[in-house]
Design a protein around this ligand. Structure first.
Ligand SMILES: N[C@@H]1[C@@H](O)[C@H](O)[C@@H](COP(=O)(O)O)O[C@@H]1O
Length: 258
């Protein structure tokens, strides 16, 4: 595991964008696994800036998102399809044929989960998977209790997740109770994982994920089983790590030379 602790979200975004840029330089037709939520927003802004400065060539890039709410279509402002279009796919002018999310409006969600997984396999799997972490240690929408070898499927959202994500929905609107998510098994198959976390509220989940037992009770702990994981934390999210692990972390707060 390559653990990096930074001072601020801008630095996290730069380092995350560097990793994505390196991936695309090595393999322009990479498959990127993408995440939603508040955490990757600064990284997405940085990618857009680099693209506008023509430092990123994205013609051959393919993307697959981790998850989507069941019952929300791409025009719903709280859908992940909408989020991705607004924050990344639109500004980067990605070919819609190359960007993929589960269809939240599919009439048969179980069949949609199988279709999505098959589409991902046909694309060759994920080269670099971006991950956030839920307060309860979820990755994608793999809630506590998800089998560590789980595949793409329909899941019920936990009370913690419903409460945490409530803020993205209008106060009087009903929130979806289910989602389609890549499974933990799918996530582990990505060739490189990049976990980002910010803020004190994530510190406990981060510490348990990186240093606790590998257990379905805390899905992100499975990252310990992956041979190629990069983790970028701000100081608040790193606050509950053991002194030993904190000492091992790289602190990359200075600007790159060029
Ligand atoms: N399904 C998403 C996850 O992919 C995301 O990583 C997590 C954290 O979100 P945030 O970055 O807003 O804290 O919650 C959501 O429920």
């Amino acid at each position: 595991m390559d653990l990096i602790i930074v001072h601020n979200v801008e630095r996290m975004a730069q380092l995350g964008a560097n990793i994505i840029q390196q991936q695309l330089s090595a393999k322009p037709d990479s498959v990127l696994g993408l995440a939603t939520g508040a955490t990757p927003l600064a990284l997405y802004r940085e990618l857009v800036v680099r693209h506008q400065a023509t430092r990123l060539t994205l013609d051959q890039l393919t993307t697959f998102n981790l998850d989507e709410y069941l019952g929300l279509g791409p025009d719903h402002p709280a859908s992940y399809a909408h989020y991705m279009r607004r924050h990344l796919f639109g500004p980067l002018q990605l070919d819609p044929q190359r960007t993929h999310l589960p269809d939240g409006l599919a009439p048969d969600p179980q069949a949609e989960a199988r279709r999505y997984e098959a589409q991902l396999q046909a694309a060759g799997g994920v080269d670099l998977q971006l991950l956030g972490i839920g307060l309860n240690g979820h990755i994608g929408f793999n809630e506590p209790g998800s089998p560590l070898d789980s595949r793409t499927r329909v899941v019920r959202l936990s009370a913690t997740t419903l409460a945490a994500n409530r803020r993205h929905f209008p106060a009087d609107a009903e929130m979806p109770t289910h989602a389609i998510t890549l499974g933990i098994g799918n996530i582990l198959e990505a060739r490189h994982l990049l976990l980002l976390a910010t803020g004190r509220a994530k510190a406990r989940a981060v510490a348990e994920a990186l240093e606790g037992p590998v257990t379905a009770t805390l899905p992100a702990s499975v990252l310990q089983r992956h041979p190629n994981v990069s983790v970028i934390l701000d100081a608040a999210a790193a606050a509950a790590l053991s002194p030993a692990l904190t000492r091992q972390a790289r602190r990359l707060d200075t600007e790159p030379a060029s």
